[in-house]
Design a protein around this ligand. Structure first.
Ligand SMILES: Cc1cc2nc3c(=O)[nH]c(=O)nc-3n(C[C@H](O)[C@H](O)[C@H](O)COP(=O)(O)O)c2cc1C
Length: 162
């Protein structure tokens, strides 16, 4: 099963999150994952993927305009896929990563995706809307990214098989 991880990143923090999510997803047998910048989508791979994760930095308390532009682009092959979100922010406790994630989730729902994180019922570390990191992911933030990858891969296999 293929997992596509789409992200916007200017200074590398969200990109590192994407790499960790890929690591987590590929730790699940039978799963391959690819990360792709919003500016250089591999649409052929995306079309084949059963799972698609979206990640961006928080800009002005919500999702970056570069990610919003992607989500507003007609014709992306997203319908019916399982999806999850991740976001980085500069300011812990209120930088806006949660709203960034909810904004991406709204776009994913409108595109007919099935949104999932695993929440607080899929083991440790717990996730809420998705993985969140403050600046470069370290420690608990790194674990949350890997866990999101594992959760999406396992749920994708459960829903779609190989
Ligand atoms: C235009 C702009 C607006 C930003 N707004 C916020 C914000 O509202 N809250 C916050 O916590 N961080 C904010 N940041 C910081 C970034 O979200 C943070 O540095 C992030 O980790 C950058 O991700 P990247 O390295 O993937 O580009 C902003 C950064 C920029 C460039």
């Amino acid at each position: 099963m293929k997992v596509a991880i789409l992200y916007h990143s200017e200074t590398g923090n969200t990109e590192r999150m994407a790499e960790l999510i890929k690591e987590g997803a590929e730790s699940v047998p039978g799963v391959e994952a690819r990360i792709m910048r919003v500016e250089r989508l591999d649409t052929a791979y995306l079309a084949e993927a059963a799972v698609a994760a979206f990640g961006c930095p928080t800009y002005e308390g919500t999702c970056s305009w570069q990610m919003k532009k992607l989500l507003d682009t007609p014709g992306l092959p997203l319908g019916g896929k399982l999806g999850g979100v991740f976001a980085s922010q500069n300011w812990p406790g209120g930088g806006g990563a949660d709203l960034a994630e909810i904004t991406m989730i709204a776009g994913m729902l409108v595109r007919g995706m099935i949104v999932y994180s695993g929440g607080i019922t899929s083991g440790s570390p717990p996730l809420h809307f998705g993985a969140v990191s403050t600046r470069r992911p370290q420690g608990f933030d790194e674990e949350r990214c890997r866990k999101l990858g594992v959760n999406l891969a396992e749920k994708g296999l459960e829903l779609f098989g190989e």
